[in-house]
Write a protein that binds this ligand. Structure first.
Ligand code: URA
Length: 233
């Protein structure tokens, strides 16, 4: 790869900014100052900017604890003018490449997975993969225990042709439950409880597949996934 391209891929610089930077003699390759933008560098080359090592941005895999009143979108729109995107909470370069693997509503909190690896993201969001998502749900009124069976059988959502796929419900109390679903229809959890005549007052995602929200992350906190977490998808 050319050195100017390497600089673009490892920083926020444009190609012309990278070329200008090279003229300042602040870039070294394997210990020698290089000014030539066309110089070839390999994966073994040690490229430094003002003494600091640079590395190419590979695929990134991030978990974030979404706070209330943030959106899972990077597109402009009315909501985008009202609320910050979760992507704005990340201090990483090239954040415009990142996509959210499974969105949450503005008033839902908890685990959001963010990546620039489209295939990995697809394995989480594709309905065919049936990736489980576990939510902690607080309800407006007490839930009848028969909801366990109803959700296991599938419920009819307004405006949908088919029943929901089997979902697993666990009671914490009669107004707080854990629900695991294996699909991701629009407002699915809220609509499932609405189908039983109840109303969700708080919704928090705790788990996606076998990736559990790290308890050490405060609302708005994030970290890179471990190899094990990445490979679990
Ligand atoms: N289901 C919902 O209703 N909202 C979410 O944010 C996620 C799942």
């Amino acid at each position: 790869m050319r050195l100017d391209k390497f600089l673009c891929e490892s920083t926020e610089l444009t190609r012309s900014e990278a070329k200008r930077l090279l003229k300042t003699e602040l870039v070294s390759v394997d210990g020698a100052i290089v000014k030539n933008p066309a110089q070839k560098v390999s994966s073994d080359s040690e490229v430094r900017l003002d003494g600091e090592p640079l590395s190419l941005v590979g695929f990134r895999y991030i978990m974030l604890n979404k706070p209330l009143d943030t959106i899972c979108s990077t597109l402009a729109g009315t909501r985008a003018e009202m609320y910050p995107s979760v992507i704005d909470l990340l201090d990483v370069i090239k954040s415009d490449r990142l996509r959210i693997a499974g969105r949450l509503d503005v008033d839902t909190t908890g685990l959001v997975l963010i990546t620039d690896d489209g295939q990995w993201s697809h394995r989480i969001t594709s309905p065919a993969k049936e990736c489980g998502k576990r939510y902690r749900v607080e309800l407006d009124s007490p839930l009848d225990p028969s909801a366990v069976e109803q959700f296991a059988q599938g419920v009819q959502l307004k405006g949908e042709k088919k029943l929901t796929r089997p979902a697993q419900l666990e009671f914490i109390s009669d107004q707080e439950v854990l629900l695991t679903i294996h699909e991701g229809k629009y407002h699915q959890v809220k609509r499932m409880f609405a189908a039983l005549g109840n109303h969700v007052t708080a919704l928090h995602r705790e788990q996606v597949g076998s990736i559990t929200l790290d308890r050490s992350l405060d609302a708005g906190g994030w970290r890179y996934l471990t190899e094990e977490e990445i490979n679990s998808v």
